[in-house]
Design a protein around this ligand. Structure first.
Ligand SMILES: [Zn+2]
Length: 467
């Protein structure tokens, strides 16, 4: 009895002390990751930019964005990234490319398009595209993208299930399209085989949280009408996107005009090919009627300024796309025609190209070019509800940018700095779905040295192929 009499008041006292402490300091919510202290560029509906702010992440989702002090009072995290002196923004979204083609980077420079394709790219592809090649190439591309702040990429290539395996290992988010084309290619002798391969690929990956499988008919001029319709039916059967090259060069316009007496967008409209989730790459030579169709059908367009300039394809009328209400994003295209996957360069060149072409330095301002690489790109891919901005409830795809270098000094306007001064290697941390893929420039998910060694070994085979 003596003992319990002593114990009882002691326990009560402890309880009271605890409650009193709680009244002053409410229990903090435990979360997985806090990125704190940086200037947060949200790209939300009101485009808020918050100084000395924090992004709170639990598992794969953003659960709060507030001042660093307010977050410190309310949350405790298992992991913290100190982003003091850095910019924090949504991860960049690359809406068009061919990841594994990084292995053809720098193959044949300064050549006429047909010379380059026929004597370098096609022979190299014919002899080297294989499941192993796309794994090695996609891993190299993923490493480059993580290092330069891309968190979602779009792919149109072959052996896409192997692309997906390599992407999954890297931790990146991606929309991956299995190619369908009328010529025999590495993974399909006929378009029918390509369609069957695409269906098996979609079935395998359709429920993955990070991989969105898609079907990628190469272009209007490399497919027969029936195949294009079969592709649409397949995409709609599984409610997945269709990715296609569209109106890239004047040569393509000429070919389609000779056959159908119209621009490439229109035969696809009459075939019903736009009736479903669709993304067209390039759209350099679309006219007003085409743009009306694309807007009406909700077709997204991917602008690839660097590829368009390097291959002298032309200047895409991006402002006109937007005036028509078309959802537009930004892309690098494959590294063979760029020659890198740095989306900050795509942002910069998108802006410069429109300024130069329109003879107006106010064209394509920094804010708009950044939107194309973030929230508008997400919209073009039909993913704005999940990614493209830093907002509570969205997926935690976040990057931080160091401002410590000479190139980043001084800083007056964050958006102008991102668009016109920032390079991919200024990115310090890359986070996808709440997982840190790169921390203080150290990629966590891939062994950089191994990826580069394997890519160099594969390049020896490419050298042999074009001898
Ligand atoms: Zn392309």
């Amino acid at each position: 009895m003596r003992v319990s009499k002593l114990v009882f008041p002691t326990a009560l006292t402890l309880l009271f002390t605890g409650l009193a402490a709680c009244a002053h300091e409410p229990a903090r919510t435990a979360v997985s990751l806090i990125i704190t202290g940086g200037t947060v560029i949200t790209e939300d509906d009101s485009r808020r930019i918050l100084d000395h702010a924090a992004v709170v992440i639990d598992n794969d989702v953003i659960v709060a964005i507030d001042t660093a002090d307010a977050v410190a009072a309310r949350y405790t995290a298992r992991d913290t990234i100190d982003a003091s002196g850095q910019l924090v923004m949504p991860g960049l979204i690359n809406t068009h490319g061919h990841a594994a083609m990084v292995l053809y980077r720098g193959l044949g420079s300064d050549l006429a398009l047909m010379d380059w394709l026929n004597n370098y790219i096609f022979p190299a592809e014919a002899k080297t595209v294989s499941p192993e090649m796309v794994r090695v190439g996609t891993s190299l591309a993923a490493l480059e993208m993580i290092e330069s702040g891309t968190t979602t990429f779009t792919d149109m290539y072959y052996f896409e299930s192997d692309v997906a395996d390599a992407t999954k290992a890297s931790g990146l988010r991606a929309v991956l399209g299995e190619s369908v084309i009328k010529f025999p290619v590495a993974d399909a002798k006929t378009p029918e085989e390509g369609l069957a391969r695409a269906e098996a690929f979609i079935q395998k990956w359709q429920h993955d949280p990070l991989i969105t499988p898609a079907v990628a008919p190469h272009a209007p001029y490399t497919l027969e009408p029936e195949t294009l319709q079969a592709v649409r039916a397949l995409a709609n059967k599984y409610d997945v996107p269709m990715l296609i090259h569209l109106a890239e060069t004047q040569d393509e316009i000429k070919q389609i005009d000779e056959r159908f007496h119209m621009s490439p967008t229109k035969p696809l409209e009459s075939l019903g090919v736009w009736n479903g989730k669709s993304l067209g790459a390039h759209g350099v030579w679309v006219n007003d009627e085409d743009m009306e169709i694309l807007a009406k059908r909700g077709v997204g367009l991917s602008h690839n300024p660097e590829s368009n300039m390097k291959l002298a394809s032309g200047v895409a009328p991006v402002q006109k796309w937007l005036d028509h209400g078309i959802h537009a994003g930004l892309g690098t295209d494959g590294a063979a025609s760029n020659n890198d996957l740095d989306m900050f360069e795509a942002i910069r060149q998108a802006s410069f190209l429109q300024k130069l072409a329109s003879n107006d330095p106010r064209a394509m301002p920094a804010s708009l070019a950044i939107e194309l690489a973030t929230r508008r790109g997400a919209e073009a891919l039909g993913m704005l509800d999940k990614i493209g901005s830093l907002e509570v409830g969205k997926q935690a795809d976040v990057i931080t940018i160091s401002l410590a270098s000479a190139r980043q000094t001084p800083l007056y306007e964050p958006l102008g700095q991102i668009a016109f001064a920032t390079h991919g290697d200024d990115v310090q941390n890359t986070i996808v779905a709440g997982r840190v893929l790169m921390r203080n420039r150290q990629v966590q998910t891939l062994k950089s040295a191994d990826v580069i060694r394997d890519a160099r070994a594969m390049a020896d085979k490419v050298r042999e192929a074009i001898k």
